[in-house]
Ligand binder design. Sequence first.
Ligand SMILES: Cc1ncc(COP(=O)(O)O)c(C=O)c1O
Length: 383
Amino acid sequence: MKQIYLDNAATSYPKPDTVPQAMVRYIQQVGAPLNRSGYRSAQEAELTTLSLRERIKRFFNFPEKANHVVLTPGNTYSINYVLKGYLHPGDHVIVSAMEHNAVMRPLLQMEGVSFDRLHADEEGFVNPKELTGLIRNNTRLIIMAHGSNVSGSVQDAKQIGNIAAAHGIPFVLDGAQTAGHYPVDYEDLALSALCIPAHKGLLGPGGIGALLLSDEFARKLTPLVAGGTGSVSDSELLPAYLPDRFESGTMNLPGIYGWEAAMAFVEAQGVKALRVHETELTGRFIEGLSTVQNVRLCGPKDIESRVGVISLDFLNKDNGAMAYELEQQFGILTRSGLHCAPSAHKSLGTFPRGTVRFSLGYANTKEDVDTALEAIEKLSRLP
Ligand SMILES: Cc1ncc(COP(=O)(O)O)c(C=O)c1O
């Protein structure tokens, strides 16, 4: 049976061929460290890393220099670097009710830091107008998932950014579900920082991500990890400049090579074209669902304000069992459960039963969508 991969919100698959090729080439033919040595292959590694930072800078219309693109071990790390490096006891934070545990768990670990959640409706949208009512004298940060990994809803980050800016509060976006799927314009959204993973819509490998930092915000951030950077080796203090200040230890060079190749691919496609393709498939999927009985779409029908993360609740059935049957009977790979976002399910009315999540990527086709619809239809009719 042919496999149909519909779990791109967890991690994208397949990657463009150039991604594993670049990683293997690094391991077999380059093998040099970054920022440590001066021989030719080390210089090549340096240039590839710079090229990655520059591609990321261009892709997100990031107005700072490429050295403000800090490479991290992944999106969760980027978020932890922000929360734990910036907040202090007594600070207040505003999040949305749609957050992933990558935001909620570090926040709840931080003693003395309080937070409020911006309410989300049953499609997973917050109302930016309600933000002002949550702002307090000690509100130091607004951090939010741009796109929900449960409902696919995309928040009006522009309006939120404007309100944050009007109150002088840094606004940080978790771009896990929009980066590579939906336009994210750093400057236009008035961001202070953007957290992104390589391995989802940007089609890179796991274990690497980035934290794009505005200079003003970077100056207020304490590095969580300290160690050797290969630079300023006469000092036992961390360098003051970026990216070294936030990049201690030997970097993930296979990941850098793979992500650089992936960014070349997504840059060549352009986020607009990637979005047009995924939106077309999302529209086809949602339209096809309209005739299926006993299955609820847990997210917006409007394709303009969402990404291709489609959560379904099979009414009167066990969603985990449905995901199992989708693979067993139809070769369709999905994810069931709460998707690391319990509060999002409370907003959508699917807590604690969770949903079956179908998430689309650049490599999916209309045929994949039609096969999924037929499978959903058949499973919905099971007694
Ligand atoms: C909205 C959201 N935020 C954060 C994360 C964490 O990203 P990662 O697991 O790549 O660190 C995810 C991953 O699914 C996510 O969907």
